[in-house]
Write a protein that binds this ligand. Structure first.
Ligand code: SFD
Ligand code: AMP
Length: 620
């Protein structure tokens, strides 16, 4: 017998990572008397991408000291994404991000400061922190702000209003420890459930299997939830790969920007200089992307890939040229703050970074919206920067604004952090800031809709309450038919599904084993294999316990995310970010026809997708 709890709120926040904590804090500021509920599948003290800590805040402009202008920042982000960003969204978080950093400072986050009390820069936009406890510090603010926090509850689906199918009225999920179902009924919902790793096969194998840069608990839930509810998505093709220290996935930013470590091929040559002229022929576009400074992330990745493919690897980062006894600690702290495994790996492999260089390698692709890329929901822009206003609900998918900042194309549903598309380079501080922006807007939304009656469709709630537990029911019914171990012709465990998903995405949709290269034929094959996997999930997914049930629904969110990625990659007929993926049938960047957003909408009743493009509008 399923136990069900009903929770009512004014604002429901799904995912208590950086954006979710920012949303809780800001919602309380503007909505003193509101009931704010936060639901998190782990525990917000140590959940999300920042769980292990971070060693830098990657977005801080320093406007107070005239260190930068917002315009310069927007231009930097635009070039890094090869000309395709929503300038209204980026401008909006950029103008507020410094205030978030000052809050973190006030709450006790240890930020490196120089003798004048100014933040120590890692790079032009980044500052250094002693960030092992970054997440608990930020979570404390959310805990003080939210009316109730439901830790260990995984949200599986969004709920629609009983009267208006374009209106979100809550969410449903289950407690991963005791199986209780939670039906959250809310006037406004903010999705901030992070990005997606493990959709592509990771490079790690054997006992290291599953080790990735973006954490394996980033399950693509933001995308899965939004896609299934019918929200318009954008830029899902821009799934990206980052240069990372080989096998440990240690980030390179502090090493390259602050310590100025150089990257070379095995023969001491700089990969980008070697390939610059060749890249210009295909990827310079109308805006000289190849000449830009700093070089766009994907072009840096691509030049090292070209060197690897030509047999000139490994690619080294020369730590030994920059680490001295004076700054040795800084190097180790970079990893002990945020990627402890990298430090352990160095120790295990007898690597002394003061004496020898270390290998770096482009990672498997990740689907996310807060780092050097921009997958996510298509959202309404800030109220004071209106580029093209929608005059009807149907026009939202081709417009930039419909009244409420960061509201998705569905009424009452807001997005932030990795969930918000076309708004890249937020990182931790920008994601928290975007959560704040979304929450302020959600408060205004419910105040302006105070006479609206919303309640989730009861038949949807009933159906989902059964559906959530189907994998466990199926296991109990069929467990007598297991041949051995997990071998059964009518059961699919989450890890079997994950293996199939990762293999097909890797081999056909531009993963590392195919040198991030794909074409229409390969993508169509990926689509076909994914359709079989989806069918098998629906008919055969099994879970023996609540933990497996969590992993099973994470797989579902990953499958929907992958479906969006494949469809978007098929739609964009050019190669815009060659280090992220190359469409070998359209190998060049094409600014004349493809400097556009690719948007999509999924119909969960028919299982079909609609895709279209929206022109990029520059603010200046
Ligand atoms: O150097 C559900 N990031 C860095 N940002 C920085 O500012 N500085 C750095 O130094 C950074 N580096 C870095 C970073 C990330 C990682 C993993 C490493 C190094 C090793 C990026 C930021 O961390 C990232 O941009 C933000 O955290 C994104 O914020 P947000 O809120 O969009 O995602 P989240 O923090 O992961 O939180 C998501 C939450 O949702 C929960 N969740 N809850 C309920 N139901 C579901 N179905 C759910 N699905 C997910 C999650 O548990 C989580 O709490 S560097 O490499 O760039
Ligand atoms: P990373 O540690 O690689 O995630 O990078 C942290 C920050 O530094 C991000 O803002 C990156 O875009 C930026 N970054 C990393 N490497 C470089 C580089 N070689 N040139 C310019 N920016 C970089």
């Amino acid at each position: 017998m399923t136990r069900v709890s009903y929770v009512d709120s004014d604002i429901l926040i799904i995912g208590g990572g950086m954006a979710g904590c920012g949303a809780a804090w800001e919602a309380r500021y503007w909505g003193r008397n509101l009931k704010i509920v936060l639901v998190e599948k782990a525990n917000i003290d140590r959940s999300g991408a920042v769980a292990m800590g971070l060693s830098a805040i990657n977005t801080y402009l320093g406007l107070r000291y005239n260190e930068n202008t917002i315009e310069d920042y927007v231009n930097y982000v635009k070039t890094d994404l090869m000309g395709v960003i929503r300038e209204d969204l980026v401008y909006d978080y950029a103008r507020h991000v410094d205030s978030t950093v000052y809050l973190f400072d006030e709450w006790g986050l240890p930020i490196f400061k120089d003798e004048n009390g100014r933040y120590v820069r890692e790079g032009r936009w980044q500052i250094m922190i002693h960030g092992e406890s970054y997440k608990p510090i930020v979570a404390e603010a959310a805990k003080k702000s939210a009316s109730e926090i439901y830790n260990r509850v995984m949200v599986t689906h969004l709920l629609k209003d009983s009267q208006n199918p374009n209106r979100v009225a809550g969410a449903i999920g289950f407690n991963v420890r005791d199986g209780r179902v939670y039906v959250f009924r809310s006037k406004a919902v903010i999705v901030s459930a992070g990005g997606g790793s493990q959709i592509y096969r990771p490079r790690s194998t054997s006992e290291g299997k599953g080790r990735t840069w973006y954490p394996h608990w980033s399950s693509g839930s933001s995308y899965g939830l939004l896609i299934e509810a019918g929200a318009v998505m954008t830029m899902m093709e821009a799934r990206f790969s980052v240069p990372r220290y080989k096998d440990g996935y240690g980030p390179v930013g502090a090493w390259q920007l602050m310590l100025k470590a150089k990257q070379t091929n095995a023969y001491g040559q700089d990969p980008f200089s070697l390939h610059k002229e060749e890249l210009k022929k295909l990827y310079n576009g109308k805006y000289n992307y190849v000449d830009a400074f700093p070089t766009p992330t994907n072009l840096r990745v691509y030049s090292s890939l070209l060197e690897l493919r030509q047999g000139n690897g490994p690619i080294y980062l020369h730590t030994e040229q920059v680490l001295t006894e004076k700054n040795e600690e800084l190097g180790w702290e970079d990893f002990l703050d945020m990627t402890i495994t990298q430090a352990i790996l160095w120790a295990g492999q007898n690597i002394d970074p003061m004496k020898s260089p270390s290998e770096i390698l482009p990672s498997e692709p990740y689907v996310m919206g807060s780092h050097a890329t921009e997958c996510g929901a298509w959202a309404s822009g800030p109220e004071d920067i209106v580029i093209k206003e929608a005059s009807s609900v149907d026009e939202r998918g081709t417009s930039y604004s419909w009244g409420y900042n960061r509201m998705s194309t569905l009424d009452g549903l807001f997005v932030a952090g990795d969930a918000c598309g076309a708004s890249p380079h937020k990182f931790s501080s920008g994601s928290f800031t975007e959560g704040r922006i979304a929450a302020k807007s959600a408060v205004r939304y419910i105040k302006e809709h105070s006479d609206e009656k919303v309640s989730p469709d009861s038949s949807q709630v009933e159906q989902l309450t059964v559906k959530i537990f189907e994998p466990m029911e199926r296991y109990n019914k069929n467990k007598g038919m297991i041949t051995g171990g997990k071998v059964s012709s009518n059961m699919m465990w989450y890890d079997q599904g994950m293996a199939r998903l990762q293999k097909l995405m890797d081999e056909y949709a531009g993963g590392w084993s195919s040198w991030y290269t794909t074409n229409e034929h390969m993508l169509l094959r990926a689509k076909e294999l994914l359709a079989y996997l989806k069918e098998d999930f629906i008919n055969y997914a099994v879970a023996e316990d609540y933990h497996q049930l969590l992993r099973t629904w994470e797989l579902w969110h990953r499958i929907l995310t992958a479906e969006a990625v494949i469809n978007h990659m098929l739609f964009r007929k050019e190669t815009r970010w060659p280090g992220y993926y190359v469409r070998s049938d359209f190998p060049a960047l094409d600014d004349d026809n493809w400097r556009v957003f690719v948007n999509s909408k999924y119909d969960s009743k028919t299982g079909t997708w609609k895709l279209w493009s929206v022109p990029v509008v520059d603010l200046r």
